[in-house]
Design a protein around this ligand. Structure first.
Ligand SMILES: *Cc1c(COP(=O)(O)O)cnc(C)c1O
Length: 377
């Protein structure tokens, strides 16, 4: 098989047999002649040429047999959970989930007769202790939001295999450039392709990748839920994936340098970045990630998240992540606002915490912006 960067560029590309163009043609039709075709092609059946092209590229990048592309990360997550969980089933979730995923569990599970347990941490033994007789699925997310906790992927996969439970990972923060969990034994790998895969803060998309046997089931439920993606956005996603290795490598380098800069800065209380030896998940991260990613968090001495963000000039206070531009947010005032001060304390999220999505700008410009915002007034 070709090496990773070559697959980023070439895997799945549709041959333009008519005009011999170098890029995949965009097939916008929602109706295709079917008399001489083996399958009925229809966008909601996730089988148009552009859907298949992107799915094939993502399967190749995650090094698995099969993938499907959805209209959002949440469409991918909800489809996977409702594929494998039925009335009476139980699932185990690690601590520190993406907010949308937590909201989905809180709002939808009980009324469909599905139960779940949130483990006390992301450790394999804590996840194992939540397993019941009716547990069908274990769900992890690493690095996690916003403190970048690291789950030992191999340990969870091995434990779940022994217990006969399906494993699912949200691999959004790492991207397939830095982490390929299927090779460590995880059954299904989910992405919010809105983030690093799309990479330009301009498309909403999701993906699921795994073994054919399981993906067939995800496919059947996916058809019913109807969360397919349109051809134009699929084309943009394919275009973005061709450069994901370049973007994420640059982002890894910038993030590592900024993590070191912040760690030694007198105005910074604490930095959370799995690439720093002082991070409690560093050893495991070094074992399972080929780069440490572009997400980091830090706490500023004596400045709450909002006033610090107001002083930034280049780095924009913005939600979301994974784009070309460096952005930051204050979890206490955004994603974790609903928890209240008590709930946030229990999760280890302070008022001073800043979550940072590092972009591809010149790192010296980013340092200069942080430096001026950290300077005492
Ligand atoms: C954004 C995000 C999601 C949800 O994806 P959408 O594309 O917004 O539906 C899921 N997981 C993680 C880790 C995310 O960052």
């Amino acid at each position: 098989m070709d090496r990773f960067p070559t697959r980023c560029v070439h895997a799945g590309t549709i041959h333009d047999e008519v005009k011999k163009g170098i890029n995949s043609p965009i097939y916008t039709s929602t109706s295709f002649e079917f008399i001489d075709q083996a399958d009925t092609i229809y966008p909601r059946y996730l089988n148009t040429p552009n859907e298949k092209a992107v799915a094939e590229k993502i399967a190749s990048l995650e090094d698995v047999e099969s993938a499907l592309v959805f209209s959002s990360g949440m469409a991918a997550i909800s489809t996977v959970l409702f594929t494998f969980l039925s009335k009476g089933d139980h699932a185990v979730f690690q601590k520190g989930l993406y907010g949308g995923t937590s909201h989905f569990l809180e709002r939808e599970f009980e009324r469909f007769g599905i139960s779940c347990t949130h483990a006390e941490s992301q450790m394999a033994n804590d996840l194992e202790s939540c397993i019941q007789e009716n547990t069908r699925l274990i769900y992890i997310e690493t690095p996690s939001n916003p403190l970048l906790n690291i789950t030992d992927i191999q340990a969870v996969a091995d434990m779940a295999k022994k217990r006969g439970v399906i494993t699912v990972i949200d691999n959004t923060f790492a991207s397939p450039v830095n982490q390929q969990p299927a090779g460590m034994g995880i059954d299904l790998v989910i992405h919010s392709a809105t983030k690093y895969m799309g990479g330009h803060s301009d498309i909403l998309a999701g993906a699921v990748a795994g073994r054919e046997e399981l993906m067939k089931e995800v496919y059947e439920t996916g058809l019913n839920f109807g969360g397919s993606l349109n051809a134009m956005t699929l084309y943009l996603l394919e275009r973005s994936l061709k450069t994901i290795h370049l973007r994420v490598e640059r982002i890894n380098d910038n993030a590592m340098e900024l993590a070191h800069f912040l760690e030694t800065h007198l105005a910074v209380k604490q930095v959370y970045y799995p690439g720093l030896p002082a991070h409690k998940g560093h050893e495991i991260a070094a074992k399972q990630m080929s780069g440490f990613g572009g997400m980091l968090s830090f706490e500023v001495n004596g400045q709450d998240g909002i006033s610090f963000q107001k002083r930034l000039k280049l780095i924009k206070p913005t939600m979301s992540l994974g784009g070309l531009e460096s952005i930051c947010c204050s979890p206490a005032h955004t994603s974790h606002r609903h928890l209240g001060p008590e709930g946030r304390r229990a999760e280890g999220i302070s008022e001073e915490l800043i979550r940072f999505s590092v972009g591809i700008e010149d790192v010296e410009d980013l340092k200069a912006d942080l430096e001026q915002a950290l300077r005492p007034q």
